[in-house]
Design a protein around this ligand. Structure first.
Ligand SMILES: [Zn+2]
Ligand SMILES: [Zn+2]
Length: 337
């Protein structure tokens, strides 16, 4: 099979992914092999490929990146009874968890310290075939196409996890910082709660997209040009998916005393004034039940992933476009295209 293989991390301009022929993986106990139909391109993929992701990531080299995967089951490993050959399934960033720790049994399996991460500790979806843990895969409803479903598997579940922590309800004001792969889904979910959604982005194109997708208003961050700036203390909550260190300070500025900032990207928080009793909470991914909820929203037509599709063989170029801010919504790789 063909795969985009990372042998050594490096700047994406040097094309560190090798599109090459590798042995097809064979499913072990509890696993399935899938023919990959589509795989979303995540900013975290770019970080790992360039060598500035989490310590110990990737777990080994070479590795095949990609963790927003739609595929069709092509072979079952021993003991798999919940899937059949031919099923169309999705694989999210959490490839598996231990199932026994306090986080797994307490309804927060995304926090499991023994979790396996697709495309980081296990080979991922930048390939024609990959392995999935059968219990962690989700069946994909027929009404969703491969490329519109793929971004739901990471940006969708990530946005949903953030929304659950933002405590929104009708009449509340929320600022969503960043209208990229995740932010554009987060603002649609925020709108469903009945909250008044304000998108914040430096990019005029992103602000226009936000308004198309249901944001009440769009703004630029303090010091930005070409748009209005949110008033200090005007928001009940802020959800941050913009990859800039200045965003946390701006999010803290716009929320009211007692408000919350939900942080969906790792950033330095800086000095925090305790006087206003504001809360900053981190969020990462979600549970398998969250994933099912996200797919339901998409089937009901309440959630639309904006995506641009590319052949898998062009992975390096697509990641370069992501780095240069030249993509709208999510880029999706399609093997054999
Ligand atoms: Zn992702
Ligand atoms: Zn666990």
């Amino acid at each position: 099979m063909y795969a985009a293989l990372l042998r050594a991390p490096g700047p994406i301009e040097n094309h560190p992914l090798e599109y090459s022929e590798v042995a097809e993986p064979v499913p072990g106990p509890g696993e399935v092999a899938i023919s990959v139909l589509a795989c979303g391109v995540c900013r975290s993929n770019l970080h790992m490929i360039e060598g500035d992701w989490l310590p110990g990531t990737p777990a080994a080299l070479p590795i095949i990146p990609g963790h927003e995967v739609i595929g069709r089951v092509k072979a079952l490993g021993p003991g798999v009874s919940n899937l059949a050959v031919g099923d169309r399934i999705g694989v999210q960033p959490i490839w598996s968890t231990c199932g026994r720790c306090e986080h797994c049994v307490g309804g927060h399996e995304q926090r499991c310290r023994r979790r396996q991460i697709t495309g980081e500790t296990r080979d991922g979806g930048y390939a024609e075939v990959m392995l999935a843990k059968a219990n962690f895969a989700c069946k994909i409803p027929d009404s969703l196409s491969d490329t519109e479903a793929a971004p739901l598997l990471c940006p969708g579940i990530t946005a949903y996890g953030a929304l659950k922590k933002a405590r929104l309800r009708p009449g509340r004001n929320v600022a969503v910082f960043g209208v990229g792969g995740v932010g554009h889904l987060a603002l649609q979910m925020a709108a469903i709660t009945g909250a008044r959604v304000n998108a914040v982005s430096r990019s005029p194109k992103a602000r226009a997209l936000a308004e198309q997708l249901g944001a009440h208003g769009s703004y630029v961050p303090s010091g930005g040009e070409g748009g209005l700036v949110l008033r200090e203390g005007s928001q009940d909550a802020a959800i941050v998916f913009a990859p800039s260190d200045k965003t946390v300070a701006e999010a803290l500025r716009v929320i009211r005393p007692g408000g919350r900032v939900v942080l969906g990207v790792s950033q330095s928080v800086g000095v925090m004034d305790i006087g206003d009793e504001k809360t900053i909470v981190g969020t990462v991914l979600g549970t398998r039940q969250d994933m099912a909820d996200v797919l339901d929203l998409a089937v009901d037509g309440k959630l639309h992933a904006v995506h641009e599709d590319f052949p898998l063989s062009e992975a390096n170029l697509v990641l370069q476009k992501l780095k240069n801010g030249q993509l709208q919504g999510r880029a999706v790789l399609v093997p054999g295209a």
